[in-house]
Design a protein around this ligand. Sequence first.
Ligand code: PRT
Ligand code: ZN
Length: 213
Amino acid sequence: MNEVLRIAVQKSGRLSEDSLNLFKECGIKFDNGAGKLKATSSNFPAEFLFLRDDDIPGYVEDGVADIGIVGQNVHVETSKHVNEVKLLGFSKCRLSIAIPRSETYGGVKELEGKSIATSYPVILGNFLKENGVTAHIHEISGSVEIAPSIGLAHAVCDIVSSGGTLLSNGLKEVEVIFRSEAIMIGYPNLSPEKQNILNQILFRIDSVQRAKN
Ligand code: PRT
Ligand code: ZN
């Protein structure tokens, strides 16, 4: 049987370049020209699917893709049944709660009864529950940082990297609730043939990483 490992990577965004480089550095050749949604490697039994990151855990859970690369934030938020194959060390960021800069903050209890805008209702909900705080989670899909200034919510919970976006929206980070980096996730029931292909990739990744250190 000529099995091919189907690999889901983000089509265009903050994970894309490092995800593609990971496989290219392993010597796996493929053409990811603009607008392509699928590519087959010319020298390795692998096929690439270029998708939105939010869709990748579902594809891997269903076995439409065999492995995929996403941020741990997306992996945990989507709560799909997939294997955590390997942490990859890139696209590091944190998920934080932020409030208007002019306000004081004396701890998590101050969020009681407040409304918090976020695209991460699951991770935020877990954090609030663990801390015994009841707050209203206002789920929005983008431009979260604008919410306090337009009166949509008291606070926000969003991804932070440099902190520049919070700053330019008059917000300050008060709680880091989750730290994230890119993770390779995998379908839990790979055939032995596909597992063998994945093992070859993991072996090559380790070799590349060892050579760098
Ligand atoms: O189109 P698609 O759905 O595939 O992409 P996307 O827009 O959902 O995701 P994308 O490409 O923005 O991010 C992909 C992954 O990169 C995220 O899931 C995180 O794991 C990781 N990552 C790393 C980040 C950031 N850094 C980041 N800075 N994701 C988002 N941001 C955003 C954040 O939402 C905020 O708006 O950047 C802004 C903050 O950045 P700073 O530097 O100003 O703090
Ligand atoms: Zn996305």
